[in-house]
Design a protein. Structure first.
Length: 461
């Protein structure tokens, strides 16, 4: 009896642990890229009457703008000037902006939101938003069932059901909490006849799979060793990082369109040092509505006010303050990341040459700038930085050696003699001289990923 009471007491203590909503909002805002951040700001301005945008000072009118209003005939081209008239665009140039008709690439978050939210009831969609926001850059769910339930006030059964729906979304494997679960989800969606055997290997014989003991698994599962080897190949063909390198709007059979990427941080080298600019979401451009602010201070000073009105003012003003704090936190974090990179990777940022990149991990950066590794991960995942050469690169370049080597392979092949193309072995030797011991087959893999022809095919081309 006493033991049951103690267990209930421990369970109650665990359930009373709540995640501060402000902490969740900070983590969600810091991981937003510029386009998503601007959408979040616009949505908050629409929903929160206590938050408003500061009016920008109007720029002085130009003579052309004045003439367009008071004397439009002065701006018209004379019919006598036939050559100039012939060169002018036909129709309303302001209306014929064909870029407006281009299909914008969707982000991974938008891609998941479009699939998951319609499958949820209206009251469960905030839970869906939280789960989508908790999916990291690789496609893994970073919050537990208990954290999601406490943050949204929903039952754990509802959270588990929502996660199962998330795991049915494209790309296959998204929403998993471990590598094994990610691979099992992909096998569940596979129509390959070996998928059940591969699932059994992952769930019951993981140690033997890692040790490549196909004979042992063959004996335990009572299947031919060749089938086990084929199942091994099937597992290796799966993608353990389903969201890595996600690109929306790619039509099968056509080359993917290169989208214009908006950098989140711009690094510019001046004579006096480095200028680090964080784009989008400047909290200085927003403010608390004057009337709401006045009433808020009256409430805080103890003046009597109608209960519903006071609750309304307190809710929205505090929400506005929290949102502004989140924007400030994101800006401060991105500034720290930018400053750190200019110190640690100055040669690469100045020249754009990937051979100058130094090994770096997110955990190392987090320790050096005094942030948690998860914060650094959220601040850099899926974001881009513009370096001093004007090139916009992914933050992943700084943290993933494979991307660095792949870029080096691309640089070497771009500078080769077209009449004497370099073989994969020769590229491997060049990399070795630069301090990168990369096997020939790895060079071949990177070259294939870059969609570059073999040396024989490049010579004949």
């Amino acid at each position: 009896m006493r033991q049951d009471f103690r267990q209930r007491q421990q369970a109650d203590t665990r359930l009373q642990t709540r995640v501060d909503p402000r902490v969740i909002m900070k983590s969600q805002v810091v991981q937003l890229a510029v386009p998503e951040l601007m959408q979040a700001i616009e949505l908050e301005l629409q929903e929160n009457p206590a938050l408003e945008r500061l009016e920008e000072e109007a720029e002085p009118l130009t003579e052309e703008q004045i003439l367009r209003t008071v004397a439009p005939q002065e701006l018209k081209v004379s019919r006598d000037d036939q050559e100039l008239w012939r060169c002018l665009p036909k129709g309303d140039a302001e209306q014929n902006d064909w870029l407006d008709l281009a299909v914008a690439p969707i982000s991974a978050i938008e891609h998941l939101r479009a699939q998951l939210l319609p499958m949820l009831d209206a009251e469960l969609r905030p839970l869906g938003e939280l789960l989508i926001g908790s999916v990291d850059e690789n496609g893994y769910l970073s919050c537990s069932v208990e954290e999601a339930a406490l943050a949204t006030g929903r039952a754990m059964e509802e959270v588990q059901a929502a996660i199962r729906l998330l795991q049915t979304c494209d790309p296959s494997g998204v929403g998993a909490t471990s590598v094994v679960e990610c691979l099992q989800i992909q096998l569940r969606d596979s129509e390959d006849p070996l998928a059940p055997l591969a699932q059994r290997i992952l769930s019951r014989h993981m140690d033997e799979f890692v040790a490549k003991k196909s004979r042992t698994i063959s004996r335990k599962c009572k299947v031919a060793q060749d089938l086990v080897e084929d199942a091994f190949d099937l597992i290796r063909s799966l993608n353990p990082y389903p969201l890595q390198g996600f690109h929306g709007n790619v039509t099968h059979g056509t080359a993917p369109r290169v989208a214009q990427v908006t950098p989140d941080v711009v690094l510019t080298k001046l004579e006096t040092g480095w200028k680090i600019e964080v784009l989008g979401g400047d909290p200085a451009s927003l403010t608390i509505n004057r009337e709401y602010g006045r009433r808020y201070h009256r409430i805080r000073s103890g003046e009597p006010m109608d209960g519903d009105e006071a609750a309304h003012v307190l809710e929205y003003v505090q929400r506005a303050h929290t949102f502004l704090d989140c924007l400030s936190n994101r800006r401060t974090t991105m500034l720290k990341v930018g400053e750190y990179l200019t110190n640690k990777q100055e040669s690469f940022i100045t020249t754009g040459r990937y051979s100058f990149l130094r090994p770096l991990t997110r955990s190392q950066m987090a320790a050096d700038i005094g942030l948690h590794e998860s914060t650094v991960s959220r601040a850099t995942a899926g974001k881009f930085v513009q370096i001093a050469t004007g090139e916009v690169v992914s933050f992943e370049v700084f943290f993933k050696p494979a991307l660095r080597v792949q870029k080096l392979v691309e640089e070497i092949l771009e500078s080769e003699d077209p009449n004497e193309p370099l073989s994969d072995e020769e590229v491997s030797q060049i990399l070795a001289k630069r301090g990168f011991n990369i096997a020939r087959r790895t060079v071949n893999k990177y070259r294939s990923q870059l969609r570059l022809l073999s040396s024989r095919a490049r010579r004949s081309a």
